[in-house]
Design a protein around this ligand. Structure first.
Ligand code: SF4
Length: 211
């Protein structure tokens, strides 16, 4: 299967879906976005990384803001950074690097986002991309990520599920989870109050308690 240009969705939607399908729908279907300190810091980091530049030091050429696309997965975006590692007698090996404000997450959403970038590069450049890295601002360290079969399968499944969610255009009900506490949409989502099966009285009491 191959998608057309106007069916492409942003790679960041996969990360949102993997974190929470409702969060993905609120952002990409309902255009809901609440800026908080964390998202503002993240946005500034990405704006810096997305200004299109290239520089070469030694055997590594660093491209910032490189456009990415995969018609097979139906994805489009810009990479924060792609390093091209030159090796003797072979083509330069692309090595995507994603910048995140926070610290490494339990969820695999960041790895899926990075793997989707790698799969776009493979389709665009016809070269195998074996690994990349995620830089976390809080720990000020970057962690290598290997694009193994398991992560690739998870990325493909997430791409399909995200397309299905956005095509359907229906926002799933909330489901309270640990990651809700660091979700920038928490205050507009009411994950505890609105969960399926909750009575209207309980819902109103929750709103009242939060005032
Ligand atoms: S608050 Fe929780 S349920 Fe609501 S969008 Fe965020 S992660 Fe999803």
């Amino acid at each position: 299967m191959s998608y057309s240009e106007d069916e492409l969705i942003s790679i960041s939607a996969l990360a949102h879906y993997s974190y929470c399908p409702r969060r993905c729908a609120l952002i990409h279907i309902e255009q809901a976005w609440e800026e908080n300190l964390f998202t503002a810091q993240g946005r500034l980091m990405h704006e810096r990384a997305h200004s299109e530049t290239r520089e070469t030091r030694g055997n590594i050429t660093t491209a910032r803001g490189l456009p990415l696309r995969s018609l097979r997965l139906g994805l489009v975006d810009k990479a924060d950074v792609v390093e091209f590692h030159r090796q003797p007698a072979s083509v330069a090996q692309p090595f995507p690097v994603e910048y995140k404000r926070g610290k490494p997450k339990v969820e695999s959403c960041d790895k899926i986002q990075l793997c989707a970038q790698a799969m776009c590069l493979e389709e665009m450049l016809n070269v195998a991309v074996l690994d990349g890295a995620i830089f976390y601002g809080t720990t000020n360290r970057r962690f290598d990520v290997a694009f193994d079969d398991l992560l690739r399968r998870e990325t493909e499944e997430t791409a399909r599920a995200t397309h299905a969610l956005l095509d359907a255009g229906v926002t799933p009900p909330p489901e309270h989870r640990k990651s809700c506490e660091s979700c920038s949409l928490l205050h507009g989502c009411f994950p505890k109050a609105l969960r399926p099966g909750r009575s209207a009285v309980a819902y109103i009491n929750t709103i009242w308690d939060s005032l």
